[in-house]
Structures are given as C-alpha cells and as structure tokens.
Design a protein around this ligand. Structure first.
Ligand code: 2HA
Ligand code: ZN
Length: 271
C-alpha cells in the first residue's frame, strides 16, 4: 500500500493546508504529530527504512513501540502538501523507550520539529488520560487566542469562562476547559513538561503570547476544537472592542447547557 495514501498522511497534508489558509501557519510556525500504532503501520512496513537512532531527553516507556508522524523542523506549513517526503517524517520509539529511529521521510536531511519534547510528553499525558484514544497533537499560532493572552488574566477559569460565554458550542466541545501557560521559552523540555501536566486535565493548552496546543482522538476533532476556541476568541475581542458585554449566557444557563449535553464542566469555572 502506498504510504502517501495512508490516512495519517492525508490527514496531515490536508490540515496543513487548512491551517495555512486560516493564517495560523506563517513561515515555520506550528507543528503536528500523529501517533500510529504498530498494527496501523503493518500495511506500510515495506515503505519504512530504519535510519539514524536518536536518544530521547529521557525515557518514555509509555510510548515504546509507537510510531509518530511528525512535521519537520523549519518546515513551512504551506509547503507540506506539495512536498510531504521532505517536510514530514515518521519516528519509531524503540522498545526500550529511550531512543527513537527515523523510519520514513525527512528526505532532504531534516529532523523532527523543535517542539518534539512538548509533543511526545503531551502524547504520554493524553494517551493515559484518554485510555489510548487520543492520537493527535497539534500546535499552531491561532491569531485571536494569542491576542487574548495579552488582555485576559492568565488563569484557566477566567479564560475558559470567557470563551464558553461566547457561544453555546464552546462548553459542549471543550467542557474540560483551556489550560494556560505563562510565556515560556519554546522548544525546551520545561515547556514540554508544563504543557503535558496541563494536558492531563485539558485537551487545549494556551501558550501565552505564542499559540495553542490541542490534542484529541483524530485530526477533525482536534482541528474542530481549536477552530471553535479561536472563533470564540475572535468574538470576544470584537465584543471588547465594541465596548464590552451588555449581556451574556448566565452561569445557570451554562449549567443547564452542560446538563442537557451530558458534559461535565471543568471544576472551578462555573463555581
Ligand atoms: O516550529 O511553532 O513553537 C515553530 C514553532 C515553535
Ligand atoms: Zn509555535
């Protein structure tokens, strides 16, 4: 089977184009990883070629044996669909969980995104929290969510509540709220650990003055989550610019919404 037609690859190329069209993927901004199980990789094994082995910054036994399709460092989102073999790569976490090998892609000598620590650590957290369901981690530079991080207090309850109030869909789509990180140096282990810690409780983590991390069970779900939060952020900025809220969905109404749609609002946001 042609690996370029594999669902994980077509998901990746399709969403890269959409992210660029949204204006969230300027230059080399953003990165994506998709976890692929050994079983899902079986039909494509002939396309793989075990290459260079790289030591992970620390052991990740929870990911041992898993494959990850990962955008390359320095890659421009607008070029991914037209040059997937150069822009993307697949890494295999070796059975000891201490190293990975590149097994496909990065054909012109690339390597995985600078945000690999945040991606892999988020996968560890979400794989555990979701009982193995979550497979996608997506980082992108969502314009309005970044802008909001300059004007709202940087705490989970405030930002989550403000976004939930913008439209009924928000509480239903992200009842676990949006985790918030103060600005930190990107591409480092520290931001990876902090992101993963918040990913234990949330599918969305806002990196103040930088962008968003989203995780979920498939690409559509994660993209949908991010575009919904981003739209709510856009509306909130418009409301602020128009002089502020005159009325909004009340706490009681948000509680009724959660009850009707059978979701549990993140603790501390409505009470
Ligand atoms: O890959 O988005 O956070 C560039 C970035 C780093
Ligand atoms: Zn970034």
């Amino acid at each position: 089977m042609d690996i370029l037609k594999a669902p994980f690859l077509t998901d990746m190329t399709r969403v890269s184009e959409q992210i660029y069209a949204k204006g969230w993927g300027e230059a080399n901004g953003g990165n994506i990883s998709i976890r692929i199980t050994p079983k899902e990789m079986l039909p494509f094994e002939k396309s793989l070629c075990v290459g260079q082995e790289v030591t992970l910054p620390f052991a990740m036994p929870d990911l041992a044996g898993d494959y990850f399709l990962v955008t390359g460092t320095g890659v421009f989102f607008r070029n991914i669909a037209s040059s997937p073999l150069e822009s993307l790569g697949i890494v295999h976490i070796n059975p000891n969980g201490e190293t990975y090998s590149v097994v496909w892609g990065y054909s012109t000598g690339g390597r995985p995104t600078s945000e690999l620590p945040s991606h892999l650590l988020s996968h560890v957290a979400r794989k555990k929290a979701s009982g193995g369901q979550d497979t996608v981690v997506l980082h992108t530079h969502t314009t309005n969510l970044i802008a909001l991080s300059f004007v709202l207090p940087l705490d989970m309850a405030t930002v989550t509540r403000e976004l939930w109030e913008m439209m009924s869909e928000c509480l239903v789509l992200f009842p676990d709220g949006i985790g918030i990180l103060d600005w930190m140096l990107p591409g480092q282990l520290d931001i990876g650990h902090e992101t993963a810690r918040l990913m234990e409780k949330h599918h969305l983590v806002l990196w103040a003055h930088h962008g968003i991390f989203g995780a979920g069970k498939n690409m559509d779900q994660v993209f949908g989550l991010i575009e919904t939060a981003e739209k709510a952020a856009e509306m909130l900025l418009k409301v602020m610019a128009a002089g502020g809220k005159q009325q909004a969905i009340s706490t009681e109404q948000l509680k009724a919404l959660a009850k009707t749609f059978n979701v549990t609002p993140q603790t501390g946001v409505l009470d």
